[in-house]
Design a protein around this ligand. Structure first.
Ligand SMILES: [Zn+2]
Length: 506
């Protein structure tokens, strides 16, 4: 018999799916036939395997070889199948024992010299293998720590095809990876470092507590970036499920730091305004890579100088942010990634961007309006909080000399507020005030009328749209949750209005 089977894993978005690799060697003209929807990279795999086998001292069989990848209907992308292909070919040729590979899962790309190279997407692949009941996974040495995040599976790191052959022959078994304690989380930037921006600090606290998208305007140097960078530190740490989910995205994106394989804190992604649609949303040739939006899943997507982003890019973000997932279509197939990110937009008040703020502005009123209107539209409609930061000298004066609160203190308040909101929203499938749809807000979570008078007046005068009215109520709930009140007061509504009407203090 000249048929051998082994296993690898294909990826569809962040989900891994088991792929059975079958190799049949028959008499006939030498040649290789690959069946089962492989992409160009997988087809080149045969050439890499041939060279690697030769360089590892083996012999690539000079006969008719048929390699099948199943399920056939699933598109196979990337170079991660090399190792499984090599193992199955060698087993079918009788170089290694067939029994040794038939339950094994193999992940890794082969260099022409027979070295085993690291690949992207190891975590979701190993998760899928564990779910399918596999007990042993061979991975590139470079991905061992990441693979070992999945318990219940023995991880066998390998650096070369030669070593794998020795292992499969039983002459020199691979040493299973030993799981050590996970490295401590890297320190987060502290909110206490932001001196003299009480309104800005309050805004990120409210944003963190209610999950509200945030828009910060203010002159250069006012601390927009500093504040945005401190938002992830105010969000609760990721639970185990969320950590694996976010890590899987970064694994596929190739942005996982090797020394800290598990992402346990909400991430911070700050794409530049010149970033391509693929860099922002996702794309690329071959295996589809998630973009900054997806890498910010359960974290913060910060868009500095937001009016400089192309309008099409901004408009594209709205729907994924609303749905919490994005589907990327490519010629090679499509992939869906989660992207429940919290958005922070930042902008200068005008194109001249004077650090002294409006007092030194040299723009015409038309230029200012045109600049600010670049951001209007569907994306800004989703932003609950809009805060205008004064130039830092004036802000420091307004604050007085009080020492700002630390991230630890504010994060504690945020956690309590989130718990209260989650309890109130129990049974709705929602957890945060920002997620409550307008109709549910009016029917089940309306702010008491007497507290709403100020907002109603703004609505009547045209200073607030109907949607804006809803957003003020959502934010007012968050204010109440932070203060430990059971319902929002008129003061909560007034503060929410203040974070809604732009440039009131200018
Ligand atoms: Zn200006």
């Amino acid at each position: 018999m000249t048929l051998a089977r082994t296993w690898s894993v294909g990826l569809a978005g962040v989900q891994g799916a088991m792929v059975e690799v079958e190799v049949d060697i028959a008499a006939g003209l030498p040649g290789v036939v690959l069946v089962g929807l492989p992409d160009a990279v997988v087809r080149q795999s045969v050439d890499r395997v041939r060279a690697a086998v030769a360089n590892a001292g083996g012999e690539f069989p000079a006969r008719r070889i048929t390699i099948g990848l199943s399920p056939a209907a699933m598109p196979k992308q990337g170079s991660g199948f090399d190792l499984a292909l090599a193992a199955a070919v060698l087993a079918a040729a009788g170089t290694v024992r067939r029994r040794a590979v038939e339950h094994l899962v193999l992940l890794g790309e082969l260099g022409l010299d027979g070295s085993v190279r690291g690949i992207r997407g190891v975590l979701p692949a190993v998760l899928a293998a564990a779910r399918a009941g596999h007990r042993q996974v061979v991975v590139p040495l470079a991905n061992a720590a990441e693979a070992a995040l999945v318990e219940r599976v023995e991880v066998l790191p390998v650096e070369s095809l030669g070593r794998l052959v020795e292992h499969l022959k039983g002459s020199a078994p691979l040493t299973p990876y030993e799981r050590g304690p996970l490295p401590a989380d890297p320190p987060v930037p502290d909110l206490g470092d932001v001196v003299g921006q009480a309104a800005g600090r309050r805004a990120v606290e409210v944003a963190a507590a209610g999950g509200h998208h945030l828009f910060l305007t203010g002159p250069p140097g006012a601390g927009k970036t500093m504040l945005a960078e401190r938002l992830p530190g105010l969000l609760p740490a990721l639970d185990e499920q969320a950590a694996l989910e976010v890590t899987a995205i970064h694994s596929i994106a190739g942005t996982l730091p090797p020394e800290a394989p598990l992402v346990t804190r909400p991430t911070f992604e700050a794409p530049h305004h010149s970033a391509t649609m693929a860099a922002l949303i996702g794309g690329g040739s071959g295996q589809i890579r998630p973009g900054a939006l997806c890498r910010a899943h359960r974290g913060v997507l910060f868009m500095d100088e937001a009016p400089e982003f192309p309008r099409a890019v901004l408009d594209t973000l709205r729907q994924p942010l609303e749905r919490g997932q994005v589907t990327i279509q490519r010629a090679s197939g499509s992939a869906t990634f989660p992207c429940r990110a919290q958005l922070v937009l930042a902008a200068n008040p005008c194109p001249c961007a004077s650090a002294a703020g409006d007092t030194a502005c040299t723009c015409s009123p038309l230029e200012r309006r045109r600049y600010q209107s670049r951001l209007s539209g569907p994306l800004l409609d989703r932003v609950d909080l809009r805060v205008d930061l004064p130039p830092v000298t004036r802000a420091a004066w307004l604050d007085g000399l009080e020492a700002p609160e630390s991230t630890e203190v504010v994060a504690g308040r945020v956690a309590r507020a989130r718990a209260v909101a989650a309890e109130r929203l129990a049974g709705t499938g929602l957890a945060l005030n920002s997620q409550v749809p307008g109709r549910m807000l009016r029917e089940r979570f309306a702010v008491p009328r007497p507290s709403l008078r100020l907002a109603e007046r703004a609505l009547e005068r045209g200073g607030l749209s109907v949607r804006g009215f809803d957003r003020v109520q959502r934010v007012a709930w968050t204010m109440a949750d932070l203060a430990g009140r059971t319902v929002p007061t008129a003061d909560d509504v007034a503060e929410a209005l203040g974070m809604r009407l732009q440039r009131v203090a200018a």
